[in-house]
Ligand binder design. Structure first.
Ligand SMILES: Cc1cc2nc3c(=O)[nH]c(=O)nc-3n(C[C@H](O)[C@H](O)[C@H](O)COP(=O)(O)OP(=O)(O)OC[C@H]3O[C@@H](n4cnc5c(N)ncnc54)[C@H](O)[C@@H]3O)c2cc1C
Length: 377
């Protein structure tokens, strides 16, 4: 395979929210960056498309014109149980809705305008450390060299990035399903509807559309003869609020977008010579985690360290240590809290009792919501 003559200071594997925001910050600091993305923008992704307000100022600082995009501001939360109870609570910090189709495309255009080289439809097949100052990246477009390689490839760890220390613990295997719908639903509200082994979120995004996105397990799908419609009718429709939305909404996609083999667990911020950001470093359940904001925040932390590394020529070992420490400080507690909260949801009786109890203690409810949203940065 031919080696591409251009050598980059930083190569980023995966152009989702974490990778693109990292690329933009590095380009702003004058660092040559290349992003490899296996898909072609714009494209849909399974995601609830609710972004915590903690990321608003950060996205503005990247140059994303959020104020001109007419995005819904989400300030109210409803969480329902399968038994038909709805907990209502204000969202102190709140969030906004934007489809991944729009968001990733806008970030890509912004990155390109700032000089980032983005290779679309280009899959990274291998990353090999040649020495302390250079890695060789094998892609479907050929070979590339970079001083630093960052992995923002999302929740599925490619073979070349698998670390021997990654947890072998058997995690629950989830599936994720997303629709865009038109329905009669308040613009400022997000609802999370529980049912056995999963939950479904609904909230407004751009273009007068609502995102409806749910998690279930691969076991439940198997029990439904691997048929999504059957899964919805036999499992999701048991929640009366959800059943009404399913029956009344107008579905925009012919078929839902479906992903499988998802598990939520902590990974590592550095593996096999690659600095990891976003879901690549560890993903958190959507109900309690605000994964996109965690990806933005990790890119913010890593970009500062990388800029300082390139400017001061500190050692790579010091950079690795500094990033791992910073990542653990930022996210360890949030991830652990998320896993704990997750264990209270998607269960018929436990979830119902938790929601009824929280309804009587609004201050506790606010505290828990606060744990799922970080501080603006
Ligand atoms: C059901 C569900 C609902 C969710 N809802 C929300 C929500 O409402 N709000 C929220 O904040 N978070 C939510 N999340 C989490 C959120 O989607 C993720 O945390 C976020 O997308 C992570 O961004 P990322 O950039 O790390 O990865 P991704 O957005 O997944 O991007 C990774 C990119 O890498 C590319 N790629 C992968 N491998 C390669 C390769 N070898 N070569 C080249 N390119 C490659 C992929 O094509 C992809 O574009 C949800 C997650 C799920 C599963």
């Amino acid at each position: 395979m031919e080696i591409n003559n251009n050598s980059y200071r930083c190569a980023i594997v995966g152009g989702g929210v974490a990778g693109l925001s990292l690329a933009i910050q590095l380009a702003d600091a004058g660092i040559e960056v290349i992003v490899f993305e296996k898909n072609t923008y714009p494209f849909h992704k399974v995601c609830g498309e609710y972004i915590s307000m903690e990321s608003w100022n950060f996205l503005l600082s990247l140059g994303l014109p959020l104020n001109d995009m007419n995005l819904p501001s989400i300030t109210q939360l409803g969480v329902s149980s399968e038994k038909g109870f709805m907990l209502n609570a204000p969202l102190d910090l709140g969030g906004f809705g934007i489809s991944r189709y729009t968001l990733d495309q806008e970030l890509c255009l912004l990155a390109k305008a700032k000089g980032v080289v983005i290779l679309e439809n280009c899959k990274v097949l291998d990353v090999e450390n040649e020495n302390e100052h250079s890695s060789l990246i094998t892609t479907t477009f050929g070979l590339y060299r970079a001083q630093i390689v960052c992995g923002s490839y999302g929740k599925y760890t490619p073979v070349f990035a698998k670390s021997s220390t990654e947890s072998k613990k058997k995690n629950i295997n989830y599936i994720g399903v997303k629709y865009h719908i038109k329905t009669d639903f308040p613009d400022n509200r997000i609802e999370l509807h529980n049912y056995e082994d999963g939950y479904c979120g609904i909230s407004k995004v751009d273009k007068e559309t609502y995102c409806m996105c749910y998690l279930s397990t691969s076991d439940k799908l198997k029990q439904s003869e691997n048929n999504i419609k059957q899964l919805e009718e036999t499992v999701l429709h048991k929640n009366p609020f959800l059943k009404r939305i399913f029956l009344e909404a107008e579905f925009i996609f012919k078929e839902p977008i479906v992903i499988s083999n998802i598990s939520f667990h902590k990974k590592s911020a550095y593996a096999n010579g690659i600095f990891l950001v976003g879901d690549a470093a560890g993903s958190i359940t959507p109900l309690c985690g605000n994964g996109m904001s965690m990806g933005f925040r990790a890119s913010f932390v890593l970009s500062r360290l990388l800029v300082s590394f390139f400017r001061t020529k500190t050692s790579k070992t010091a950079l690795i240590e500094a990033y791992q420490d910073a990542w653990n400080n930022e996210f360890n507690f949030r991830i652990q809290t998320g896993y704990y909260l997750q264990s209270l949801f998607g269960k018929k009786t436990t979830t119902h009792l938790v929601l009824k109890t929280l309804d009587k203690f609004p201050a506790v409810t606010q505290k828990i919501i606060g744990l799922t949203h970080g501080k603006p940065f």
